[in-house]
Design a protein around this ligand. Structure first.
Ligand code: COI
Length: 356
């Protein structure tokens, strides 16, 4: 990617890296963080000088608005290393656009594009040894913005902190397989709400119903539309796809559903490869009927963190529907097609890969 250096990015580096103490074969997901982080404050209507500083705790006033009103948005991205040691991002402009759409919905200021890319590219250059090659290894990049005004008035903040932290990761779901409970009562989002934004609160609201689902033996919830609970929408941290016979179904994005980058990439891959894909409201009852008559071949979730995660079973109205194992799954097919592009193992006909 062309680097645009317009800001005077300040860099202060650590004196001794902690990389030697990290067991990269057992990092899990999002528990270990690299040596540095990117920080930029918004004060008096202006984004201040961006900085890369040693990773560490923030000192914040307890009245900072993010703690009280949840004015916070984030992104999830990954950097991948190929066997030659080159580092790549996947469709990073999409993440940039989305964090600003999320910010706008939460009455937060847009972050400048040159700061975003200069900060991230420089951080990745500094942290490149933390990116391990090999399928399944990547550096999860978490840009986020929080409201920092110190005042508990319930209105938007006038100061913010934009940050990027990075975490070497392996798979999000350790078993690689997920079972889900279809929501009949709780909702993740509603028309006119913030469901399409990557807002912190969208996730906080899922934890309690997800814990109830866990008590029943499911790892995640498939959210249904808030007004009727008759349509499948999104699964926990992923968009969700259903394969009925050889047709792939997924819900259209709306103001309730996150416009997932993995989701839209799969739709493009399916179209390119002649897989019939229908982007339309997916009725719970048609999926239940397909599970009963055996035409439901697969369910899988798609997301940056989760990549493609096969769903092996779902629960609905006290019934448990176990999917029969399949040969040559779409989930495996898409996972390979996607990760081959991400890890520079194949051609990139869509121009999605961006070299760092
Ligand atoms: C991602 O896929 O990057 C996500 O945002 C999931 C995250 C909540 C772990």
């Amino acid at each position: 990617m062309e680097k645009v250096f317009t800001s005077a990015l300040k860099i202060s580096k650590i004196t001794k890296s902690k990389i030697g103490s990290v067991d990269f074969d057992n990092v899990g997901f999002g528990k270990v963080f690299t040596d540095h982080m990117f920080v930029c404050d918004y004060v008096d209507g202006v984004w201040q000088t961006p900085e890369i500083v040693p990773y560490g705790p923030l000192q914040m006033d307890p009245s900072s608005r993010v703690f009280h009103y949840g004015q916070a948005v984030f992104e999830g991205m990954k950097a991948y290393k190929d066997d030659e040691g080159e580092v790549f991002l996947f469709r990073p402009e999409e993440n940039f656009d989305r964090i600003n759409k999320s910010a706008a919905r939460l009455a937060m200021p847009e972050f400048p594009k040159d700061y975003f890319f200069e900060g991230m590219m420089t951080l990745l250059e500094i942290e490149k040894d933390w990116i391990k090659p090999g399928l399944g290894n990547s550096l999860y990049i978490r840009p986020f913005v929080i409201a920092t005004e110190t005042n508990v008035m319930a209105s938007e903040s006038n100061s913010y902190k934009f940050m990027i932290i990075c975490s070497p990761v392996q798979s999000y779901y350790s078993s690689g397989e997920v079972s889900v409970l279809v929501a009949e009562k709780f909702s993740r989002s509603a028309n006119g709400g913030i469901g399409y934004a990557k807002a912190a609160g969208n996730y906080a609201g899922q934890f309690y119903p997800t814990n109830l689902a866990k008590e029943q033996g499911y790892q995640q919830v498939i959210w249904t539309d808030a007004s009727t609970h008759q349509y499948m929408e999104e699964a926990g941290t992923m968009n969700v796809f259903f394969r009925v016979n050889d047709t792939l179904l997924t819900a259209p994005v709306s103001d309730r559903i996150l416009d997932g980058i993995t989701r839209k990439s799969l739709i493009d891959l399916a179209k390119k490869d002649g897989i019939n894909v229908e982007v339309r409201p997916v009725e719970v009852k048609e999926i239940v009927a397909a599970a009963k008559d055996g035409s439901l071949k697969e369910i899988f979730g798609a997301g940056t963190a989760a990549v493609i995660s096969p769903v092996t079973a779902f629960g609905y109205q006290e019934e448990h529907y176990q999917l029969a194992p399949q040969e040559n799954t779409y989930a495996d097919y898409f996972k390979k097609a996607l990760t081959d592009i991400q890890y520079n193992k194949s051609e990139d006909p869509f121009g999605w890969r961006v070299k760092v």
